[in-house]
Structures are given as structure tokens and as C-alpha cells.
Design a protein around this ligand. Structure first.
Ligand code: IPE
Ligand code: IPE
Ligand code: MG
Length: 240
């Protein structure tokens, strides 16, 4: 596809939702919705890089998602294992850097090592940064940041008066990554679901009824065009 848009937001964040409904509509198990959804993630990484997006952040698994059926959680872990390896090639082919946000310590050892390797081996790639949120919850991220800052104060490295907004931003998992300009949610729900609460203070929202496995480059372009029509008072600079 050759669609291009005139002005592209630097950072697009996505809440991919609707995998389960997509499968249910077809009489298939939810796990099939998730594997189709992973294909859509893969394609969206390529599409976003082609469009000139510099940062793409995708919500893969929330801290709340552990409460799902154990069969569904283990199907998701199997998919992550597969994609951690596959993403290494995709990222290398497309000059994409991969960064994981969220608390990786809860995953099995091999998955943690896979993620560490993915980050390490793509660290110098420059075309786009693909941020994947796994075992991510914004409240948990803020809690961990608060603990880090508290430890620095305790150790005499920082005084409470010197805690600025930047101190907080720098203690979050997204340190060094600009705030999202545009947040896209598929599946029609109008909520944040504990995603990037601090970072989305001035982010523009775009909600589509499309279920995630049906998301495509055309809809990504529509979201960007819609965003281009908004008047932003605060927030990021729109890149050419
Ligand atoms: C999003 O799809 C994927 C994850 C949360 C892992 P859902 O699984 O939430 O799909 P619906 O919302 O039930 O349709
Ligand atoms: C948000 O989707 C989390 C991810 C996409 C990983 P959910 O389906 O889990 O969120 P809720 O339950 O609709 O809030
Ligand atoms: Mg859902």
C-alpha cells in the first residue's frame, strides 16, 4: 500500500482490544483471536515505520490480564514466546528498536531473557522505536517510580524539593520516550484501562469499533488524519 499522510504524529500509542470478540463472532476460541491479533501487531509495526511514525507503543498484556482464565493466560504466554523470537528478525529487517515497558519480573526466566535479548540486539536501530507494554499497568508503573524516587531520597541522592515532573517522568518505564501524541483504541470501549496514565495527560484519543484483528493501515491513516484535524493546545510538536 502506498498511502501516505502529510503530517505524522511522532508517537502513536495503541490499546489493541477486541481479539476475544473477533474470535467469538466466528465461533472460534479466544486464543485464535489473540494469534490473529499478533499478526496485526506485526503488520502495524511495518505500517507505522512506513508512515514515518517514530514511536509506536502497543498494549500487549495488562497487570489485570492475569485474572483471566488460566488457559487464556497460558495461550498468551505461548504467543509471547513465539513473537519474542520472531520480532528479533522483524526488528532487524526494519531497523526498529524494541523496548519493553511493564514489570518483566513476573514472567518465566526464558521469556525475560528473550525480552532482554530483543532490547539489547535492537538498541542501535534508528527508524522507529516499538514499545511493547507487557505486564503493564500505569498505576503499577507509577508505584514503582515512587519507590525508586523514595529510595534516592533515603540514600541522600535527591531531596524532596528537587522532585520535579521530569524526575517522575525519568523514573517511569517510558523514560526518554516522548509522550504519545495520539492514542488509538480498537474495539469501541471509551476507557484507558490503566494505560499510560501519566504520559497521556494531553494525548488525543481516537476510538474505532473495528476489532483489533481487523485493524489495518487504512484505519491507522484515518486515525492520523482525524488527529491532524484537531486543535492541540498542549502536547507534542507535530513533525513534518
Ligand atoms: C485484547 O483483546 C487483547 C488482550 C487484552 C490481551 P481482548 O482479549 O480483550 O478481546 P475482547 O475485549 O474480549 O474482545
Ligand atoms: C486492555 O484491554 C489491555 C490490553 C489491550 C492488553 P482489556 O480488554 O484487558 O481492557 P478492559 O478489560 O476492557 O478494560
Ligand atoms: Mg478486551
Amino acid at each position: 500500500m502506498t498511502e501516505q499522510v502529510s503530517r505524522v504524529p511522532a508517537h502513536v500509542a495503541i490499546i489493541l482490544d477486541g481479539n476475544g470478540r473477533w474470535a467469538k463472532k466466528r465461533g472460534l476460541p479466544r486464543s485464535v483471536g489473540h494469534s490473529e491479533g499478533c499478526k496485526t501487531v506485526e503488520q502495524t509495526v511495518r505500517d507505522a515505520a512506513d508512515l514515518g511514525i517514530r514511536y509506536l507503543t502497543v498494549y500487549g498484556f495488562s497487570t489485570e490480564n492475569w485474572k483471566r482464565d488460566s488457559d487464556e493466560v497460558s495461550a498468551l504466554m505461548t504467543l509471547f514466546r513465539f513473537y519474542v523470537k520472531r520480532l528479533l528478525n522483524i526488528a532487524k529487517e526494519n531497523n526498529v528498536r524494541v523496548v519493553m515497558i511493564g514489570d518483566r519480573n513476573r514472567f518465566d526466566r526464558d521469556l525475560i531473557e528473550g525480552v532482554n535479548r530483543l532490547e539489547r540486539e535492537t538498541a542501535d536501530n534508528t527508524r522507529m522505536t516499538f514499545v511493547i507494554a507487557l505486564n503493564y499497568g500505569a498505576r503499577d508503573e507509577i508505584r514503582r517510580a515512587a519507590a525508586k524516587i523514595a529510595a534516592d531520597v533515603r540514600d541522600g541522592k535527591l531531596s524532596p524539593e528537587d522532585v520535579t515532573e521530569k524526575t517522575v517522568s525519568d523514573a517511569l518505564d517510558t523514560a526518554g520516550i516522548p509522550d504519545p501524541d495520539l492514542l488509538i483504541r480498537t474495539g469501541g470501549e471509551m476507557r484507558l484501562s490503566n494505560y499510560l496514565l501519566w504520559q497521556c495527560a494531553y494525548t488525543e484519543f481516537y476510538v474505532t469499533d473495528l476489532l483489533w484483528p481487523d485493524f489495518n493501515k487504512g484505519e491507522l491513516v484515518r486515525a492520523i488524519e482525524d488527529y491532524n484535524g484537531r486543535e492541540r493546545r498542549y502536547g507534542g510538536v507535530i513533525r513534518k
